[in-house]
Design a protein around this ligand. Structure first.
Ligand code: MTE
Ligand code: MO
Length: 325
């Protein structure tokens, strides 16, 4: 209960894990009992779970590594694969960074993604059929969590726009709402019943159609490990990390702006827009710089995480605070 004894600013950044402290403070306020993470049969990091089960195989293995798109280059070294794979946020499996072993409980085959709502051609895709029908490529992207840690990784995926074209949105569709799986028997974090499961996120149609917006199915030239959000997760590199929703089961086209998991919990801290901006401090910490995981190097944070060339035109008024919360 460190968060009751010390104010946040007194905690070293690595212990602070601000998003989880926020959740725990809320839990405290609501007077509920915490569910203690751990102890429930997680398997080894390598994902041994599949060995003994009847789960069908991933039918996409031959697609990796995909060809790298040279348009996207980095200004810093890649984060080490093992560092990125063992320092994660995936609250379905608990509010700490070391959930990779618990995430191995997730079964990612068979897996379906519903694409529905205000579209002419709604579809339910088998994940392997979906991935095989899309143009896979590798992109090196920076990634910036709202907690001020950062990484640089090679994602494999396809533009969300390619999928959007297949289902033909109607003109009334103004937002895209994305939803993560819900299964309390697998995801022990979802036993924290006072949180607004399933995890949801949203984008405007323009953001969803932007060339940077990826549905990632792989990382480091291989299919996504479960802790990174297998079998398919969103990657929007100009926004804070929490927008990058993992393990997606539904993509819905809607008229009204969806309320998202973090916006429900803390609208002043983790809002809908969440574009990276070093000049707009989080209510509880500065966003001026970031810490690269693995090397601990500190770097100045860039507006739109350095992706303004692709997205600045979506947000013409940079003084408008709302775009950065
Ligand atoms: N479903 C789901 N998606 C999620 C989260 C989560 O808790 N659940 N955490 C988000 C946050 S806060 C971050 S920083 C990134 C972390 O992605 P990584 O663990 O692959 O680095 O995932 C995002 N997507
Ligand atoms: Mo995050």
């Amino acid at each position: 209960m460190q968060f009751l004894r010390k104010p946040d600013w007194a905690l070293p950044e690595r212990e602070a894990t601000p998003e989880s402290i926020f959740l725990d403070r809320r839990r405290f306020l609501m007077g509920a009992l915490g569910v203690v993470a751990g102890g429930i049969g997680g398997t080894a990091f390598a994902g041994a779970a599949e060995k003994t089960s009847e789960a069908p195989l991933d039918r996409t293995l031959d697609l990796y590594p995909a060809k790298r798109n040279p348009e996207f280059t980095l200004d810093r070294p890649l984060t080490k694969e093992s560092v990125a794979a063992t320092y994660n946020n995936f609250y379905e499996f608990g509010p700490v960074k070391t959930i990779y072993w618990l995430a191995q409980r997730l079964k990612t085959r068979p897996w379906q993604v519903r694409v529905e709502g205000l579209v002419r051609k709604p579809r339910v895709f088998d994940i392997d059929d979906l991935i095989r029908s899309m143009p896979l490529e590798e992109r090196l992207y920076r990634f910036r969590c709202v907690e001020a840690w950062a990484m640089a990784v090679p994602w494999t995926g396809f533009p969300l726009s390619a999928l959007i074209k297949v289902v033909e949105p109607k003109s009334e569709a103004r937002f895209v709402k994305l939803t993560t799986f819900l299964d309390r028997t697998v995801a022990i974090g979802q036993l924290r019943f006072w949180l607004p499961w399933p995890y949801t996120e949203g984008l405007t149609m323009e953001e969803a159609m932007n060339e940077l917006t990826l549905l990632a199915t792989g990382i480091y030239g291989k299919p996504l490990p479960k802790q990174h959000g297998a079998p398919v997760r969103l990657v929007v590199p100009w926004k804070y990390g929490f927008k990058n929703i993992k393990s997606i089961v539904s993509i819905e086209f809607v008229k009204d702006r969806p309320k998202t998991f973090w916006e429900i919990l803390g609208p002043d801290e983790y809002g809908f827009w969440a574009n990276v901006n070093p000049e707009f401090a989080h209510p509880r910490w500065s966003q001026a710089s970031e810490r690269m995981i693995g090397t601990e190097e500190r770097r100045p944070t860039q507006i739109f995480n350095g992706y303004g060339k692709w997205v600045a035109s979506l947000y013409p008024n940079l003084k408008n605070r709302k775009f950065f919360v």
